[in-house]
Each structure stands twice: as C-alpha cells, then as structure tokens.
Write a protein that binds this ligand. Structure first.
Ligand code: ADP
Ligand code: MG
Length: 329
C-alpha cells in the first residue's frame, strides 16, 4: 500500500493508534486536536529543540533500515535535551512524504520512532503530515524538562576546568566511512551509526549533582562541539590525543590507517556528552555511578590559548574545528 491510498487523515489515525501511551508525562491531550495540552512539573523549566533530517543530506534510504532511522531521529533529538541535563517528555513529528513511499517503510519508521521514544520515556503528542514533491523530510521536536537550577548550558566553562567525554569517539564516522567504501564492519560499529543512543541518564545524573560547568552533545565532532563551548564560555582548551577514548574497532582501524584519527576529532554523530568540570568536583564525579564510561581528555585554558591539540608524541598544534557545516564544501 502507498501513502496515497491511505491519505493524510488515515495516516494520522494510524499514528494515533500506534502511540500506545497517551497519559503520563503531563499529557492532558495528545494527538487529535488542534494542540496538545501538556503540564510541566512544578519547579521545572521546559527545554525544547528541533532537528531536521532530509533524505540524501542526513540519510540514504538504502543504507538505513527504516526502523533504525525512526529510532535515530528520536535519539539525535533527545540527545540535545540530555546535553542540557534534562529528561525528554514529549515529541512532535513533522513529515513531508513522497506520495509513492511504501506504507510498510513508513510503518517500520514509525515503529522505530515510537519504540525509541518509549525507551526514553517520551510520548509523541503531535506533528504534521504533508506530501513532499521531492525527498522524505523529517522534522522532530522534543520537549524535555529539568529542575530550574539544574540546566547546564554551553557557557559556564572556566580556565582550569577538566574536559570530559562519555563513551568512545569516532565510531559513527568510522562506520560511515566503511559504508561509503562498501566495506564490511562489526555490528557494534554499525550500531553506533544507525542506532546511536542519547546519554539521557548520564546527562541527568551529572546535572542533578550539579557537576558540569558546561555541557554539549557531540554531534559534529569533538573539535567543533568543544569549539561551541569555548566560544560560549570565552575560554580556550588543550586536548590530549593520547587520552581519547576509542573503541576496539576504532583502535584496530587506526593500526591500519593512522589518519583515521581525524574521525575521532572531527567525525560527526557520536552523540556522546562532552562537559567541563571544575577541579573541586573531580571527586564527586569519581563517586558518580555512570551508565557509560567517562574519560578526561583535556583542560580548559584562557581564551588567548585557543584550542590546542597535543598529539601522542607530545607535539602541540593549534586545532581548527572542522565540524560539518551544511553550507560549506
Ligand atoms: P491541523 O490541520 O490543525 O494542523 P492536522 O490534521 O495536521 O491538524 O493534525 C491533526 C492532529 O494530528 C494534530 O493533533 C497533530 O498534532 C497530529 N499529527 C499530524 N501529523 C502528525 C504526525 N506526523 N505525527 C504525530 N502527530 C501528527
Ligand atoms: Mg497540520
């Protein structure tokens, strides 16, 4: 069946039926009226963020299975809430769909979307559905919440703070490189690209303990995203390459091709949390039981120092952030 056979309203009804949970999370009214009606827990602020995913720009339909893509749309969005220390609560899904898209693919996409949403404790409460004359376009908005005094921004880093990152770096970019070269890879590596997980538990735990002075999620590579913290906080940083947390697969790839280290610096879509930590909070961080390993990779310095990268041999060079920029080559 094609979407054209079902029509817009048939499709929306299908979504409405598929959203298993409609209560909880302060949802007074979900899909089906002109607006969703939602309540925020007392003492908490609303965190909102939107991401666009466009076929041919963010994903190729023959690379991602539709279910995984649905989940990824949720994760990349929820990751922004995690990066502020919040918990995701509500999602909105805007879809511009080519009329001839197969309903089975859309159903698989929705299934992945809703499964990921419920995994994060978030409910789909609205969206919009249109026909696209071109590619599939997906717009996801997330609403989260955090206690008023526990929101972590990009702007609080100070010289002397330690720089930490969760998980491992470069895996998603390495997986993408493998895909583009048509090379096989381990499932764990492929999952890092197709099914990234937002670090919600870690972000909440860090924020609740009021540990990070600044935080961001690594979506465009650690250099670019650290660059955003440095700009917002008006500081510099020194990163030690030797400290970078790398997966087994990534380390193996480095043995064959040392230049792949660039992927750990500037590759995108890791969705790890990158945060700065005042020196007097190191012990509290050590005591925090985290869902993922966290690794110190450098130190915040004065703004004049810029962003410096120390390589394995101890050689220091200025690092230029080369994160993905849609409007540059
Ligand atoms: P309107 O014309 O007021 O925009 P719609 O007919 O577009 O209303 O939407 C009706 C209901 O269905 C609304 O609650 C809207 O949020 C929801 N909805 C529409 N498309 C989607 C979608 N892709 N995902 C989730 N909810 C959707
Ligand atoms: Mg509408």
């Amino acid at each position: 069946m094609k979407l054209a056979d079902l029509g817009e309203f048939g499709f929306i009804e299908r979504i409405q039926r598929a959203v298993a949970r409609t209560s909880g999370n302060g949802v007074r009214l979900g899909i089906g009226d002109d607006c969703a009606v939602l309540e925020l827990p007392p003492g908490q602020v609303l965190l909102t963020s939107t991401d666009l995913l466009i076929e041919e720009v963010h994903f190729l339909s023959d690379w991602s299975d539709w279910r995984a893509l649905g989940g990824k749309c949720v994760s990349v969005n929820v990751s922004d809430v995690a990066a502020m220390g919040g918990s995701p609560r509500h999602l909105y899904l805007g879809l511009a769909i080519p009329a001839m898209m197969a309903m089975e693919d859309l159903d698989a996409f929705l299934e992945g979307f809703l499964a990921a949403a419920s995994g994060y404790g978030a409910v789909l409460v609205g969206g919009d559905t249109c026909r696209s004359p071109g590619p599939l376009m997906i717009s996801v908005t997330v609403e989260g919440a955090a206690p008023t005094d526990q929101v972590v921004t990009r702007s609080g880093a100070r010289p002397g703070d330690a720089i930490y990152v969760s998980g491992t770096l470069g895996d998603s970019a390495l997986a993408l490189q493998r895909l583009q070269s048509g090379l096989p890879m381990a499932d764990e590596l492929a999952h890092r690209h197709h099914q990234p997980q937002a670090r919600v538990g870690l972000g909440r735990a860090l924020a609740a303990a009021q540990l990070p002075s600044a935080m961001i999620d690594v979506s465009d590579g650690v250099l670019a995203d650290l660059g955003h913290i440095l700009d917002a906080s008006a500081v510099g940083a020194r990163l030690e390459q030797a400290l970078f947390p790398l997966s087994k697969e990534f380390s193996q790839a480095l043995v064959e091709e040392p230049a792949f280290f660039e992927l750990a610096l500037s590759g995108g879509e890791d969705y790890e949390l990158l945060f700065t930590l005042p020196a007097d909070k190191e012990q509290m961080l050590a005591d925090l039981v985290a869902e993922v390993p966290i690794t110190r990779i450098g130190t915040v310095t004065a703004a004049e120092q810029g962003l410096l990268l120390v390589d394995e041999a101890g050689k220091v060079r200025p690092a230029r952030a080369k994160g993905y920029n849609h409007f540059r080559g």
